[in-house]
Design a protein around this ligand. Structure first.
Ligand SMILES: Cc1cc2nc3c(=O)[nH]c(=O)nc-3n(C[C@H](O)[C@H](O)[C@H](O)COP(=O)(O)OP(=O)(O)OC[C@H]3O[C@@H](n4cnc5c(N)ncnc54)[C@H](O)[C@@H]3O)c2cc1C
Length: 352
């Protein structure tokens, strides 16, 4: 079977490693045209401890990629224990394809003919599959900063949603050596820059911030259910069929509430590796595995449709709470439910 993987990000790179283990040698294409200091797509590099078994499974030591653990984090004033950490994503991306050469270019249309299976692992670009049945993307802006503590103050790891008018949040992820990713993402926000500037002003008493770089991006928060078709079949000139199948963010394996896509995309690649020639079975497995993403997406749709006039329903609050628990974030339930009530003011709050 001739397999091409287009895109060597988390999902494409991991799929290549899994297939290589099975003795398949896919051709991997990625121009890696990222004008960013870290050389990969804009990402906070946050992941739960659950990333470990995926890396173990292909012979990578998870500890080698650990930058900073986040044993406690601020969630809009609530302090929670978490299994989250930041990982050295550029290094991980390099090592995923250590045994599979990556061609630093895209796949030319005339080359497609030679492949039985072409995997669309192009993330937000979704370069090969038709558009999603009902796409939803969330624009982002992220900076890498050095934050030197002032007196007793310091920049704390956290997620700040109540400061962001609109459906989104601001995050602070430590990268070690006083470096941090500070980012903001949201739907319907007039200016991501002004939210960042405001946050920096608010933090100026606690630390001295120096910006190293910044990049814009977007996350697909549509969920797999609304990212169909997950695959297409076309006839080749000799009458045989060719499969184009999506994996990772190209088919929406990203948590709609948080934009977390690293571990879900690893899981999606794992599912595909076992079902490369069974696209219908693969689709069913992906939709079943990530059924909860569909429900999160439907909460986003509800909040967007009511544009702040209706706050989250009980089921929406429960979904937010379940989302945190799924990531192993230990939030006190009653307090968390109260906090989520503040979402009812979203979009009504003018940007300061
Ligand atoms: C600002 C921001 C912060 C984020 N923070 C986090 C976080 O902290 N934790 C988390 O879990 N998730 C985070 N995410 C989401 C996460 O980065 C993605 O969901 C995840 O990387 C998806 O992996 P992927 O392999 O599907 O896609 P990607 O990692 O985007 O990889 C796609 C690859 O395809 C390549 N490509 C694109 N077009 C073509 C083409 N035409 N031909 C060939 N190759 C192509 C690209 O170069 C890229 O290497 C964040 C996203 C953003 C935008």
């Amino acid at each position: 079977m001739n397999v091409a993987i287009v895109g060597a990000g988390i999902a494409g790179g991991y799929l290549a490693a899994l297939l290589a283990q099975e003795g398949l040698s896919p051709d991997v294409f990625d121009p890696m045209a990222h004008a960013t200091r870290c050389g990969c797509r804009s990402c906070g590099w946050g992941a739960p401890a659950g990333i470990g078994p995926y890396l173990d499974g292909i012979g990578l030591d998870p500890d080698e990629y650990l930058l900073e653990p986040m044993p406690s984090m601020h969630f809009d004033g609530l302090l929670a224990t978490t299994p989250l950490r930041t990982v050295d994503k550029p290094r991980l991306l390099r090592d995923l394809t250590r045994d599979v050469p990556v061609q630093r270019r895209g796949l030319e249309p005339e080359e497609a003919e030679q492949y039985d299976v072409i995997v669309d692992a192009t993330g937000i670009a979704r370069a090969l599959l038709p558009p999603c049945s009902s796409d939803l993307t969330l624009p982002t802006l992220q900076h890498r900063v050095v934050a030197e503590p002032r007196g007793d103050g310091r920049l704390e790891a956290g997620v700040y949603g109540n400061d962001v008018p609109g459906l989104g949040y601001l995050w602070v992820f430590p990268l070690g050596k006083e470096e941090y990713h500070v980012g903001v993402g949201g739907i319907g926000l007039a200016s991501l820059e002004s939210l960042m500037e405001r946050f920096y002003r608010d933090m100026s008493g606690q630390c001295t911030l120096t910006r190293l770089c910044g990049c814009r991006g977007a996350v697909r928060v549509a969920s797999p259910y609304y990212s169909g078709p997950l695959y297409t079949e076309t006839r080749r000139s000799d009458g045989s069929s060719r499969l184009t199948v999506g994996v990772g963010e190209s088919i929406g394996t990203v948590t709609p509430f948080t934009g977390e896509g690293i571990v879900p995309s690893l899981e999606c690649a794992r599912i595909l590796a076992g079902r490369l020639q069974d696209p219908a079975g693969y689709s069913r497995a992906v939709l079943a595995q990530f059924a909860w993403m569909r429900r999160e997406r439907e909460t986003l749709d509800y909040l967007l449709a009511h544009r702040g006039t209706n706050g989250p329903r009980v089921r929406d609050r429960w979904r937010f709470y379940r989302n945190a628990r799924r990531s192993g974030i230990d939030l006190p339930m009653i307090e968390a439910f109260k906090q989520l009530g503040t979402l009812s003011h979203w979009l009504d709050t003018p940007e300061r």
